[in-house]
Design a protein around this ligand. Structure first.
Ligand code: KIV
Ligand code: ZN
Length: 515
């Protein structure tokens, strides 16, 4: 059976869209999970775009790209030779490095964006691929805005770059304009036109979701000969996003009878990967999102429930276990020990070191003291929170809040920094506002809350509340998250997490303005 290469661009195309930015540590955490998911290629960043992205890509190449059975680590680059040099400097540490170079080829982009002729672009593409090939064998080329590019001209460019050494030809529907039937035909026509190169290159598709067709276009690409799909976890990406990895992988797997292809993805890691990304970015998928949404496996209608109870196959085309979705059953209680926690975490797929289990156990005990029942979802929340911790400059020591009808909400907060404790208080138009005012008074940093979201990790009145915030610190927007059964405390932790991330990003300046 033919194998489709899964090229994950969560850390590049996904990350570059507003609200989804990740720091180097978060990218590394995500890349480790993508390796566990067994994607074939991780596009880790666009190294020329910033020093931070360069470093993040380099660290992914060094630390994830050298693991046993690691995926290829790819960096994006425009066709400028300096861009390619910089890209190589970042990815060269990986066992399997890849350079992905691109240039727009549609007349609209040539005229308004690049102000170059078709001939100039063709030459630049060819030169870029030759330059990249001097560094490594694995070179990918994309004609940006391919779906709106003149077909004959695009094929001339593709012919030239394959001759120059490109081994993957990626066709992007950059603006999400294509419709499945027409897109499939375009992919088939490209294959036909490049017949003389058959066997020398892999044809790839990269679809955006502006018209909601990204997954349909991607799988239609496969039906017409594409053997690589570029996609992102939870479908994150520019504007309406990229094609969603989990939807593509499960469509190919569930309908293997129709598509007749395989992927190497370990589908049991899909749910965990989706949750980790939501946890890192603070942006959750909608409940009805296919595969990983809260309701994706919930049967509400009586007639459906009746059918499922009699036989699951009546209404279920996939099993929750296939994507590693934890059951929502009660798993552990207050008296459960460290070994029981460790073994349940192992069953959930978390392979933790003894020190990590110790930390998770402490959090579990705190939680079990507050909450009668601890569910799988709670454990996932504890462990993903632990995995994505930012080094804590400030830690929350104490919080007291006065709020209710007819009182001015006020809060007293104690924070520790480098062994010293600081206390202050604040008032606000609600308890959260008061707590944040008290934190501002201690840290001396004034943040403006741009976004605030709260969600329950599980059902029940005593569920863990997960708070995600986006805070504007004088033009620098930083995301933060916090979890607790007390939603005011979770809010304080989320805000403090954003401050700690700001300190990490901007260490020196913050050292000067902190208390
Ligand atoms: O959408 C697009 O065209 C891209 C390219 C860089 C492949 O992301
Ligand atoms: Zn894209």
């Amino acid at each position: 059976m033919d194998r489709v290469i899964i090229f994950d661009t969560t850390l590049r195309d996904g990350e570059q869209s507003p609200g989804f930015s990740m720091n180097a540590m978060e990218k590394l955490e995500m890349a480790r999970q993508l390796a566990r998911l067994r994607v074939d290629v991780i596009e880790a960043g666009f190294p020329i775009s910033s020093d931070e992205d360069f470093e993040a890509t380099r660290e992914v190449a060094r630390q994830v790209g050298t693991l046993d059975g690691a995926p290829a680590i790819c960096g994006l680059s425009r066709v400028g030779l300096g861009d390619i040099d910089r890209c190589w400097e970042a990815v060269k540490y990986a066992t399997k490095p890849r350079i992905h170079t691109f240039v727009a080829t549609s007349d609209i982009h040539l005229k308004y964006k690049l102000r170059k002729s078709r001939a100039e672009i063709l030459k630049a593409a060819e030169e870029a691929v030759k330059h990249a090939r001097a560094y490594c064998e694995d070179v990918e080329f994309s004609p940006e805005d391919a779906s709106r590019t003149d077909f004959d001209y695009m094929c001339d460019v593709l012919d030239a770059v394959i001759t120059a050494g490109a081994r993957t030809i990626n066709i992007p529907d950059t603006v999400g304009y294509a419709i499945p039937q027409e897109w499939g035909q375009r992919i088939a026509n490209i294959r036909e036109r490049l017949k003389r190169h058959e066997g020398r290159y892999v044809l790839s598709v990269h679809c955006h979701n502006d018209l909601g067709q990204a997954v349909a276009n991607s799988v239609t690409g496969v039906m017409n000969g594409a053997r690589q799909i570029e996609c992102t976890i939870n479908g994150i990406g520019e504007r309406a996003g990229n094609a969603s990895l989990e939807e593509i992988v499960m469509a190919l797997r569930t309908r293997k009878d129709f598509f007749g292809v395989d992927t190497g993805v370990k589908t049991e890691e899909l749910f965990r990967t989706s949750r980790l990304l939501s946890h890192i970015t603070g942006i959750h998928v909608q409940p009805n999102k296919a595969i990983v949404g809260e309701n994706a496996f919930a049967h509400e209608a009586g007639i459906h429930q009746d059918g499922v109870l009699k036989d699951k196959s009546t209404y279920e085309i996939m099993k929750p276990e296939d994507i590693g979705r934890p059951s929502n059953k009660l798993v552990l209680g207050k008296h459960s020990g460290r070994a029981a926690l460790g073994s349940r975490l192992k069953e959930l797929g978390f392979d933790l070191q003894p020190a990590e289990i110790d930390r998770a156990f402490k959090k579990f005990k705190d939680l079990a003291d507050r909450k009668k029942e601890v569910f799988d979802e709670d454990l996932v929340a504890i462990v993903t929170d632990e995995a994505t911790q930012t080094p804590e400059t400030y830690t929350l020591d104490y919080l007291h809040v006065l709020s209710g009808t007819g009182v001015v909400p006020s809060a007293t907060v104690k924070l520790t920094r480098a062994g010293q404790t600081f206390q202050d208080s604040g008032i606000g138009d609600g308890p959260v506002d008061a707590v944040l005012a008290a934190i501002d008074a201690i840290t001396g940093v004034k943040g403006r809350l741009q976004d605030y979201a709260i969600r329950a990790a599980t059902s029940g009145k005593d569920a863990i509340g997960e708070v995600s915030v986006k805070v504007d610190f004088d033009g620098t927007v930083v995301a933060g998250k916090g979890a607790s059964t007390d939603v005011i405390e979770a809010s304080a932790r989320a805000y403090l997490n954003a401050i700690n991330r700001l300190v990490q990003q901007n260490g020196q300046r913050m050292k000067e303005i902190g208390p």
